[in-house]
Design a protein around this ligand. Structure first.
Ligand code: ZN
Length: 221
């Protein structure tokens, strides 16, 4: 019984560690989610602002076009006045020209407002793009940190592989063969496994691999 209780105690320790790692992983995943949503929201903001900016720019072009056309019309009318002697016709033409001038004054005021709006939106867009860049830069750094954290979560990976691979997550490589799926392990990977500096997975069955020396007469891994 004593031996069994001891096994239970170590099992409990492992379970507790797994639970802790799960908590840590959930926090990391939540952080990833939060950051990505923040960046996504900023992108939506930028896209809306760009659309808005395009509308205002369209309005600017339209007003400028009308102003130019009206200027042309007014000039043509003034040239016609030079050739007309009839006073009534002259007065009528002058009224048309005045009307155009009046319209233009109004249009110019509107155009100034449009240009102000355009300027405000352009600088606001520039600000947002800078904010996005900052977010993305900061996130890139943080993401690498988190990925390292997740990668370091060995028990979790072990647990996942254990569940997916029929209760066998860690297997030896013997004579260049994965003892989990009996596929050949490429030489480069064999070297990595021998060095054992990081976690190496079988390319075929994705189990965790470790080095097991072959028989003395066989130098190959
Ligand atoms: Zn394998």
């Amino acid at each position: 019984m004593r031996a069994q209780i001891e096994i239970l105690a170590s099992l409990q320790e492992i379970d507790r560690e797994i639970r802790e790692k799960h908590g840590a992983r959930d926090l990391v995943l939540a952080e990833i989610h939060r950051r990505e949503q923040e960046i996504e929201a900023k992108k939506v903001e930028i896209s809306l602002l760009s659309g808005d900016l395009a509308e205002w720019d369209k309005s600017r072009r339209e007003k400028e076009k009308v102003l130019q056309e009206d200027g042309q019309k007014a000039m043509e009318k003034r040239m016609r006045m030079n050739r007309i002697k009839n006073i009534k016709e002259l007065q009528a033409l002058q009224r048309e020209i005045d009307q155009i001038k009046q319209n233009n004054t109004q249009l110019e005021d509107e155009l100034i407002k449009v240009l102000e709006e355009l300027e405000a939106r352009t600088s606001s867009l520039k600000e947002k793009v800078e904010e996005l860049k900052k977010l993305e830069d900061a996130w890139g750094e943080k993401r690498r940190e988190l990925e390292v954290q997740l990668e370091g979560n060995l028990i979790e990976r072990y647990e996942l592989i254990f569940a997916r691979r029929g209760g066998m997550a860690v297997v030896a490589v013997s004579e260049g063969i994965c003892q989990g799926c009996y596929m050949n392990i490429p030489p480069q990977l064999r070297n990595e496994i021998m060095k054992s500096e990081r976690l190496n997975l079988c390319p075929s069955c994705h189990r965790i691999l470790y080095y097991k020396p072959a028989l003395p007469q066989d130098k190959q891994l």
